[in-house]
Design a protein around this ligand. Structure first.
Ligand SMILES: Cc1cc2nc3c(=O)[nH]c(=O)nc-3n(C[C@H](O)[C@H](O)[C@H](O)COP(=O)(O)OP(=O)(O)OC[C@H]3O[C@@H](n4cnc5c(N)ncnc54)[C@H](O)[C@@H]3O)c2cc1C
Length: 404
């Protein structure tokens, strides 16, 4: 079935909303997007990492412009503070090809690709409901519209999800992530970290957590090779999460190699946010005429680097289903069969990674290359993740990697 003539409403105009709008338009549907925020969304996020193969596929399929800047690297480096000092000790290096993106540029690219849809900005959806003949109604302050399919792309606190899974609540992990960015101009006296970050993404292990550092395109009209440093530090705050923004500086000062602690201290004065880590998974990703995409369908702990990835894969799956299934209802059931277990799998993987890398951290000082590879394999326990694509080759042969 090409979805010609299908009326599709999309609640939310962020990454999942724009990507599913592209999917619907490409399959031939008449798509309308409702976004609560009145302004453009490009200044919202920081860094987003996607698998290179997914990036290529999205460019090939017309979801992303090949000219959108990215900052690909192929290696992951593991560091910790050297025993008895404040210098950095590299204890492992793994092949780990990733394509870091700037959240704002990614959103802009998707929004441009979704220009074939009707977009209503500053139009919050107040409720959705079932309508006669298997259709759905979308209500706003301006009135109501009826659609054949309604996509809930309205984020982790999704109102659309209430139609499928009323009362579902996020599960707190009990720890916090501090995210920040820094312009590279602030780091000219940090030659070694910068050299490393130009070839790798970096994980710094410390007792009770870890930090991730990587470069992303700067965006905001800067040249395609201009970079920002993006980082995320996971730790348990002394009080209930999320805790203080400043707490991460104390953690870095106490445990990080000196130059990396200084980066975190500077980040506090540029752009930093902290929020509690949670996860959530809708028991059904679609139930005609409703479909959930992106964070509305499920939120995984960020260790899987799959928030945006999942939203983009959801869109590709929706397009395929709309193109190939005999009816919209069958397309949504096909989507649910594929995406519901994937969401559950990612939540479980995020929990395992969180346990290993935050809740029950190893003695980082005792790890070497072999021990890290073995520890990663044990943590994955046969699951696949593009971040660890070359760590568990035997497992990769048995299952599709996340993002492919
Ligand atoms: C402010 C912010 C910053 C982020 N930063 C990062 C980051 O740096 N790195 C990263 O990997 N991920 C980040 N994420 C998460 C990441 O964007 C998501 O995991 C992923 O991209 C999936 O996005 P989404 O579209 O499902 O959800 P979201 O990006 O949360 O978008 C949901 C959209 O729905 C809209 N909406 C909600 N309710 C309604 C309603 N009733 N009516 C109409 N519209 C509604 C919201 O305004 C929002 O635009 C961020 C998300 C947000 C909101």
């Amino acid at each position: 079935m090409a979805a010609t003539g299908l009326r599709m409403g999309v609640v939310g105009g962020s990454v999942a909303g724009c990507a599913t709008a592209v999917a619907g338009v490409r399959a031939g549907a008449d798509v309308t997007v409702y976004e609560r925020s009145a302004g453009a969304l490009q200044d919202r996020g920081l860094g987003v990492v996607v698998p290179p193969s997914l990036h290529e596929r999205l460019v090939g399929a017309g979801y992303l412009d090949a000219a959108m800047p990215t900052a690909p690297v192929a290696t992951r480096v593991w560091l910790t503070r050297a025993a008895g000092g404040r210098s950095a000790r590299e204890f492992a290096r793994q092949p780990s090809p990733v394509t870091p993106c700037n959240w704002g540029l990614l959103w802009q690219a998707l929004r441009t690709a979704a220009s074939g849809a009707h977009h209503h900005r500053g139009r919050p959806v107040t409720s959705v409901g079932r309508a006669p003949a298997g259709r759905a109604v979308v209500r706003t302050a301006e009135g109501e519209e009826t659609y054949d399919v309604v996509v809930g792309a309205d984020g982790h606190a999704s109102l659309t999800r209430q139609a499928l899974a009323p009362g579902l609540r996020p599960s707190p992990a009990g720890y916090t992530v501090w995210r920040g960015t820094l312009p590279l101009s602030a780091l000219t006296d940090h030659r070694r970290p910068l050299e490393l970050l130009r070839e790798a993404w970096v994980t710094i292990g410390f007792p009770g957590g870890h930090g991730i550092f990587y470069l992303i395109p700067r965006g905001g009209g800067a040249g395609p090779d201009d970079r920002l440093l993006a980082y995320a530090v996971y730790a348990t705050p002394p009080g209930p999460p999320p805790g203080e923004v400043a707490h991460v500086r104390d953690v870095a000062e106490r445990y990080f190699p000196e130059e990396w602690a200084d980066i975190v201290a500077r980040g506090e004065h540029t752009a930093m946010t902290c929020h509690p880590v949670t996860d959530l998974h809708a028991p059904l990703a679609a139930d005609p005429p409703f479909l959930l995409a992106g964070d509305a369908a499920g939120v995984t702990r960020p260790h899987t680097a799959s928030g945006a990835v999942k939203a983009l894969q959801d869109a590709l799956c929706l397009e395929e289903a709309l193109r190939t299934c005999a009816s919209p209802a069958e397309a949504l059931r096909s989507y649910a069969r594929e995406r519901t277990p994937e969401g559950a799998r990612l939540v479980e993987l995020g929990r395992r990674l969180g346990r290993a890398q935050v809740e029950q951290t190893p003695d980082w000082a005792a790890l070497d290359q072999e021990a890290v590879d073995a520890w990663c394999r044990a943590t994955l326990a046969g699951a696949t993740s593009y971040l660890y694509a070359r760590v568990a080759p035997e497992a990769q042969a048995q299952a599709d990697p996340v993002g492919d």
